[in-house]
Design a binder for this molecule. Structure first.
Ligand SMILES: [Zn+2]
Length: 576
């Protein structure tokens, strides 16, 4: 590529809506442009990076026995009715009508389409296992698109779907994908970790997310460094420590005029927040349910959904409070409470010396003991773990880390195959549902995650594997005949070797060229400047380390060949 003829519109200023490094740098360096909120264009260098990442994914998917297909983004309503997700998916699925008035959705995911394809065309146990994947556009109408490619509405995703004869087969397919995922993220230059995850709208029982640790990540992972337990905070459990104790005194009613929040009441009563019972009123499928958590904890609604067995619930809104005048907002408490169900967090089991609302305006109760003064219908894990909480496996303190979710794998089991009758005939001719798994990688999100892990204040630092080019040739004072010729010779030699190189053949100042090169982030740089005039040497610079060496053209090629070789070896061994 000649820089003078390549469309790389760099910007001096960051876009106003860019809050994080990957968004800022990818736009400034001319990889990316925004069309509308959460919808982006990939310019030539950006498209190259996407292709490099896609190639790594294809190699690993093919090696793992998956076969590539291309599936449509427009999907008929009927298929989504069969799985029950037309109603369930909500406004995140973009819906539209064709000219005949038929309903379609833009695929946010492809379980329905692929299950339909397989049930119509696979009928024998001999055809299984089968794993099909695609790299294609997805559309999800996010409420709040932000962070550039991290939370976009239109994005590129790799999704794979496995079909097996039984549960054991599904587990093997899952394991194979899990391992391929690790190699993919490693080859893309990311440090990553796989953590236990919730299954959400996709469904199924077992799931892992692949997280790239990054401060800007919107996901939070709970980790134990002692035993390697790790899970998304939505799911992570923690060992409860000894609950607060009472001193046997009887329960007492105290006046707390105008104090409603945990902070106000605990401050007024001089009690630690963990001794306060937060009594949260939820409307669960139309019934009022009370959820009790310690005053210093938040309820975790992903855990709550599991405990309730439904995701049709919400915290009381203003209308719900008005509709249930028996509950006094700000003073509701578990003692004498009339609710359809009372669910308490595990940490309140056997707790005493507590305070809670008295179900009476401007009054609270103190010296409250669980078991003596109130009873929960159920104890459950409904609060989130946080830094310092004991590990559920080994009891050592855990920590919380932010990360970007770049992939997720699911054991779907029979969820879609039973709903959509995706059956095969076994050796005896009996019809059985197929066991499915599904496996996603956010390709364009992965590109942003790579930048989050590889940049400095001057620009991007691409890992060799996904860089848009391998070498950036900078001839300073390009108009000088000798330097121009040296640059052109080097450029031609690189092309002959089949390398991707970018030749900065613009008549710009050295300052502009270096600043742009730092911003673009190509791993190696060959500078043709004063050294060349003196003794014919070029300066080889490494973007990541800043290392420089003056080399003859022959030595420069030898060094670059070595770099490529060692990189290839690492990629093959999976060490990168
Ligand atoms: Zn542990």
């Amino acid at each position: 590529m000649r820089q003078s003829r390549t469309f790389i519109p760099t910007l001096r200023e960051s876009p106003a809506d860019a809050e994080i490094a990957s968004h800022r740098l990818l736009v400034r360096a001319g990889y990316l442009r925004k069309v509308a909120s959460g919808i982006y264009e990939f310019l030539p260098l950006g498209a190259r990076v996407v292709q490099r990442i896609s190639r790594i994914i294809r190699e690993e998917m093919n090696a793992a026995g998956a076969q590539e297909v291309i599936l449509p983004i427009m999907q008929p309503r009927e298929l989504w009715e069969e799985s029950g997700r037309w109603a369930k998916y909500g406004p995140e699925m973009m819906r539209l009508k064709d000219r005949a008035g038929r309903d379609f959705g833009l695929g946010p995911t492809h379980e329905e389409v692929i299950t339909d394809l397989v049930r119509s065309n696979v009928s024998s146990w001999r055809d299984l296992p089968l794993n099909l994947y695609q790299i294609g556009t997805k559309f999800r109408d996010e409420v709040r698109p932000r962070f550039g490619l991290l939370r976009a509405r239109e994005f590129l995703m790799k999704d794979a779907y496995s079909f097996d004869r039984d549960e054991e087969g599904m587990r093997i397919s899952y394991r194979t994908m899990y391992e391929a995922y690790g190699r993919i993220f490693t080859r893309c230059g990311c440090t990553w970790r796989a953590v236990e995850a919730a299954t959400g709208l996709i469904g199924g029982d077992v799931s892992h997310e692949f997280m790239v640790p990054a401060e800007v990540g919107e996901d939070h992972i709970v980790l134990c460094d002692s035993c390697s337990y790790s899970a998304n905070v939505e799911l992570a459990s923690y060992r409860r420590t000894k609950p607060p104790e009472g001193d046997g005194k009887p329960m007492e009613r105290v006046s707390t005029p105008g104090r409603r929040t945990i902070e106000e009441v605990s401050g007024y009563l001089g009690l630690e927040p963990r001794r306060m019972i937060k009594c949260l009123m939820y409307l669960v499928e139309g019934r009022p349910v009370a959820v009790l958590v310690p005053g210093d904890r938040e309820a975790n609604e992903v855990k709550l959904a599991r405990v309730l067995g439904t995701d049709e619930f919400r915290l009381f809104n203003e209308a719900d409070w008005r509709g249930h005048p028996g509950y006094l907002q700000g003073f509701v408490g578990p003692v004498g409470l009339d609710a359809a169900e009372v669910i308490a967090d595990e940490s309140l089991r056997g707790a005493g010396g507590l305070a809670c609302g008295a179900n009476e305006a401007d009054y609270h109760l103190v010296n409250v003991e669980e078991g003596r003064d109130f009873r929960a219908d159920r104890f459950a894990d409904v609060t989130s773990a946080r830094t310092g909480d004991p590990c559920p496996r080994c009891g050592e303190p855990m920590r919380v880390e932010a990360g970007i979710e770049v992939g997720q794998v699911f054991q779907l089991g029979l969820k879609y195959s039973e709903a959509m009758r995706c059956y095969y005939h076994d050796e005896k001719g009996e019809a059985r549902p197929m066991y499915m798994g599904c496996y996603g990688i956010g390709v364009t999100r992965l590109m942003a995650a790579v930048v989050e892990q590889h940049h400095d204040e001057r620009g991007i630092i691409w890992p060799l594997s996904v860089a848009p080019a391998f070498l950036h040739i900078l001839a300073l004072d390009y108009q000088r005949e000798g330097r121009r010729k040296a640059a052109e010779d080097l450029y031609r030699d690189c092309l002959r070797r089949g390398w991707d190189v970018l030749l900065d053949d613009r008549e710009e100042s050295a300052g502009v060229k270096f600043a742009d090169a730092d911003l673009l982030g190509i791993p190696f740089r060959a500078v043709i400047g004063r050294g060349y005039d003196e003794d014919g040497t070029l300066e080889l610079q490494e973007r990541a380390t800043g290392q420089r060496a003056r080399l003859s053209p022959e030595d420069l090629f030898r060094r670059l060949e070595e770099a490529r070789e060692s990189f290839r070896d690492l990629a093959e061994r999976g060490d990168l």
